[in-house]
Ligand binder design. Structure first.
Ligand SMILES: C[S@@+](CC[C@H](N)C(=O)[O-])C[C@H]1O[C@@H](n2cnc3c(N)ncnc32)[C@H](O)[C@@H]1O
Length: 201
């Protein structure tokens, strides 16, 4: 059985009790270096570093399917995470998806932004359709190193739109930083981040 556990944005305090219990009982835990380093040292499970190739991950999961495998997912597994990849490859009866607090939810809570009517998207591995996105009054984007706050700000400036960017860096970690900026104030670089774009002059 594959238990895909959403661990939240990063701080161990934000992991759900359901996720923590599955981690405690796992035979094997798969995750990134940072995620595995937060597993308590007395947890007896085997630890497997997330392979860089997803084909390798798939082969590993198939080989170990009889065991209790916990696959750690950042935020919520089904919010632009590994959950969809797993649903496309494994039957539902081999999967348990445990929700987590997504980085977008966390940023909205920290900044007091209601998620009603929020359009949620990602720039991971794709060129977003900014004409479409910027027509929405409230958009949240998980970003990658190619399309992040600076590129979003540039698209807004090109269209002469009145928007505010809320940028959350390293959310829930000690290095967390929150910014509320006009597009012309956005810097060239931010650490791991989520952006909310609001219609505000
Ligand atoms: C592959 S997506 C996974 C999103 C995740 N499933 C979620 O619900 O938050 C990875 C992106 O999520 C965002 N992210 C995840 N954790 C974050 C954190 N602690 N601080 C800021 N952004 C974070 C970043 O945009 C990162 O590039």
């Amino acid at each position: 059985m594959i238990h895909i556990v959403g661990i939240g944005p990063g701080s161990p305090e934000l992991l759900t009790s359901a996720g923590a219990l599955l981690i405690q009982k796992a035979d094997v835990i798969v995750g990134s270096k940072r995620q595995l380093s937060d597993i308590p040292p007395d947890n007896p499970a085997e630890r497997k570093l997330l392979p860089s190739q997803l084909s390798e991950l798939e082969a590993f999961l198939r080989e170990r399917i009889g065991q209790d495998i916990v696959l750690l997912a950042s935020g919520d597994p089904l919010m632009y995470g590994i959950g969809k990849w797993a649903l496309d490859r494994f039957p539902q009866e081999q999967l348990q998806i445990v929700p987590g607090i997504s980085s977008i939810q966390y940023l909205c809570s920290r900044c007091g932004i209601a998620m009603n009517d929020l359009y949620i998207t990602s720039s991971h591995g794709k060129q977003p359709d900014f004409d479409f996105l910027l027509a929405h009054p409230k958009v949240a984007m998980v970003t990658d190193s190619k399309i992040g706050p600076a590129e979003i700000a540039e698209e807004i400036l090109q269209r002469k739109l009145h928007k505010t960017l809320i940028i959350g860096e390293n959310l829930s970690y000690p290095e967390e930083r929150l910014h509320r900026l006009k597009p012309e104030q956005v810097a060239a670089h931010y650490d791991m981040n989520v952006v909310v774009i609001l219609d505000e002059g």
